[in-house]
Design a protein around this ligand. Structure first.
Ligand SMILES: [Zn+2]
Length: 252
């Protein structure tokens, strides 16, 4: 009887271990290509000359990808950043009377640091960006007018965990939907992804990225020596450079 119980327990533990391993493989963030190839793909991102970036809120671009945007601009690329919502449901650490207007000004100040040429605000309701009836048409209209060679947006399918936000994955899905409808292929780089295949080194431009992030004062990003260097260092460690931003680069 005891032997049966021991065997049964052993099988149960083994089953849980296998399930745990499978969950870890599915949910953890890891490169899908060797580090050298990821850096080569990062170089391919930097070779683009017309780049459309679509994010959900002010500060999204500065948190995740403004180092890459700085490097693109330094190489002469035309970059248009589209911010879907004013982030009015985010924190208001400075007691701003008009938070949407303040957050737009903060993003403009960050733009001045990074240097991209164009910035558009769609003013869609925070946390309800993708429930808006015309969001796809709006993105499509802006995109077709701009004619990007590269589009950068949130990964809607395999977002980096644990931080999820309906506007982040939602806007990524809208952009993907637009590109799927298109007949002309275009490169797309998804960020906030747990399946990166591209890394852009940002070591030399990190100070600018940090300065851009610190413009978002209403979010408290200028306080207490704030920095997201540890996250960028973690990305960098995957490819053997000090600091990096990572993407999943595809052609759609
Ligand atoms: Zn956001």
């Amino acid at each position: 009887m005891i032997r049966v119980i021991v065997r049964w327990l052993g099988a149960l533990i083994a089953g849980v271990a296998v399930l745990g391993l499978a969950a870890w493989v599915a949910l953890s963030t890891r490169l899908t290509v060797p580090p050298k190839e990821a850096l080569e793909n990062g170089e391919r991102i930097l070779q683009h000359s017309r780049v459309l970036v679509v994010v959900a809120h002010p500060d999204d671009a500065d948190w995740w990808i403004s180092g890459t945007l700085k490097r693109l601009v330094d190489r002469g690329a035309q970059v248009l950043l589209v911010v879907a919502s004013d982030g009015e449901k985010g924190p208001n650490r400075i007691g701003a009377k008009d938070l949407p207007a303040t957050r737009r000004e903060e993003q403009k100040a960050a733009q001045a640091v990074i240097g991209y040429q164009d910035l558009r605000f769609l003013g869609l309701p925070d946390r309800e960006v993708v429930q808006q009836p015309n969001v796809l048409e709006t993105i499509e209209e802006i995109g077709e007018e701009f004619q990007p060679t590269l589009v950068i947006t949130f990964d809607p399918d395999t977002p980096d965990l644990p931080y999820l936000h309906p506007d982040h994955e939602g806007i990524g899905r809208v952009v993907k939907h637009w590109l799927e409808k298109r007949t002309q292929p275009v490169a797309i780089a998804f960020f906030h992804t747990r399946r990166p295949n591209a890394a852009v080194e940002i070591t030399d431009v990190y100070e600018a990225k940090l300065q851009a992030l610190r413009q978002h004062r209403s979010q408290g990003l200028d306080r207490g020596g704030f920095s997201n260097r540890p996250q960028m260092a973690k990305n960098g460690s995957r490819v053997g450079v000090p600091l990096a931003e990572t993407f999943r680069l595809e052609t759609m």
